[in-house]
Structures are given as structure tokens and as C-alpha cells.
Design a protein around this ligand. Sequence first.
Ligand code: SF4
Length: 314
Amino acid sequence: MSSDANCQEKELVRNQMALRTQEFMEGQTMLRNQGFTEDQTAVCRVCPHHCNIPVGAFGRCRARKNAGGKVICTNYGKITSMALDPIEKKPLAYFLPGSMILSVGSYGCNLSCPFCQNYEISMAGESDFRILQEVSPQKLCSLAMREASRGNVGVAYTYNEALTGYEYVRDSARLVHEAGMVNVLVTNGMAELPVLEELLPFIDAMNIDLKGFRPDVYRKLGGALGTVKAFITRASQNCHVELTSLIVPGLNDDPADMERQAEWIAQIDPRMPLHLTRYFPRYRMHEKPTELSLLTRLKKVAQKSLERVLLGNV
Ligand code: SF4
């Protein structure tokens, strides 16, 4: 990456982080001005941000709120996107291939990726939508069963960061299992292990993002590499796991990092599938799409340690 492009990318990330921090701080200041005091705050422990949220305010993800001293998810059952998708689109290449899966998403995310492909819903809060479809876990399960005649095998929790409303995933997934269908979670893996433990009994397969293999990459995106590694390690003990790395030029395209990443995955399971997907300009990032030759090079590097490396978005 040229130094100009590097500066531009750093500037974009800085602006993005500053904007979200400013929004969060403004909310806190407003509440303090209204007379709320420190002791009325509540700490959310769903992800390592551990947001300290004043009464009535939202955490960084814009999906969890302090309601009367208790943190709740405001996106519970509020559906922004629903589609019957091929399971390969999640992407899952080695779990019930050829199946369809009812895929649902809400709003909110705990990362701030400037290249987010779904930013319209992931960066949004409830106030950004005029109307939100409410779908209870019972209704979602009925819809999934109804779609069985079209090849549906269950429900995928995807599109935004599903773990910002993990309670909805848990309640829905339990019913979906009772109905004899499967649950798929598509996540950035940026959540604390107790949240994962609550979900694991009901989740059959996951696609987890691994957005880079250097702590500074995760810091730029507002995340923590250590948390994601712990999440992947634990999840893979209980269910089928495939990983996705969106390759963004200048961010996570260093072959030496890919080599270390693949070696780390291989010591968990050398057959764990790794999807290397192609970045396209989106949201606040306008760099050119990832060169196919770069993806192919990184694939070869990863294949030194891993048996199943796939290219996506090509
Ligand atoms: S899930 Fe949301 S509110 Fe909770 S700690 Fe993470 S960013 Fe903050």
C-alpha cells in the first residue's frame, strides 16, 4: 500500500471512530445535564467494550440500552432484513451444502469497520428506521418451518451483528431446535465467553469473521483480537465453524500475517474452512477492490497450513 493510501485509510478510520465516540459522549453529556448521576449507570458485559451506560442511553452498538438501571437489547425481534438464502451465502461451504436457510438480521454492531458491507443496518439505531417489522421467536420459528417446503433447514442470524441482541438469538434458536431445524450464527466473534456459552447449546454452525491477525488491525476497527481468538477457539469445540477474512488492501493483506493466521487456525483444526473474500468499496472506504492476484497469493500462503481455503466475492 502506498503511504498516501495508508494515510487516507487511517484518516477514514479516525473519522469513523471519532464520529461514533462523539455521538456516544453527546448522549452521556445530555443525560448528565438532565440530572442523571454516575451511580445510575449500568455496565453492559456482552462484549469487551463494557460500555458504562447512563439511564436511557445506548451503548456503542446502538442496540443495547440502560432501561431503568438494567441493560436490555432494544433490537429484540426487530427485523430489518429477512431472506431465504443458499447456505453457501453465509458463507458456509461444508455445512449442509445445497440447503437453503431463512436468514434474519436486525440493527446494530459493536465494531466500526469503515468498509462495512451492511452499514445501512449495522451502523444504525432504532431511530433510523421509520418502520421495523416485529418478529417474535415463535413467529420466526413458524416461518422457518413453513419454508421447509422450499428447502429451508433452519434459521441464520446474520446481516448485522447478531450478538448485540443475543437474547433474541438464544430464545429463537431454542424453539428452532425444538422444531427439529438447525441454527446458524454469522458473527464478528467480538463477544465475551459467557454470552457464547448461553448460545452454544442451540447453535449448529457458525461463520466467524477473523478480520486480521494483528492487534492493531482490530484496534482500528474498534475490536480486540484476543477476544475473537478466544471466541473462535471455544465455538469450534462445540459446533461447526468456518472463518471469513475480508481482505482489504493495506489493512490485512500482508502474507506474513496470513501465514501466522493460518498456522494459528491449524493448531485448532487444519480442516477448519477459511474464506478469503474480496473487498469492494463501501461505506466510508473508497479504495479499489482487492486484486484477484492478491487473493490468490494469500490463498496459497494459507494453504501451507490449512486444507480448506476458499475465495469469495470473486
Ligand atoms: S454489546 Fe453494545 S452496549 Fe454492550 S458492551 Fe458491547 S458495544 Fe457496549
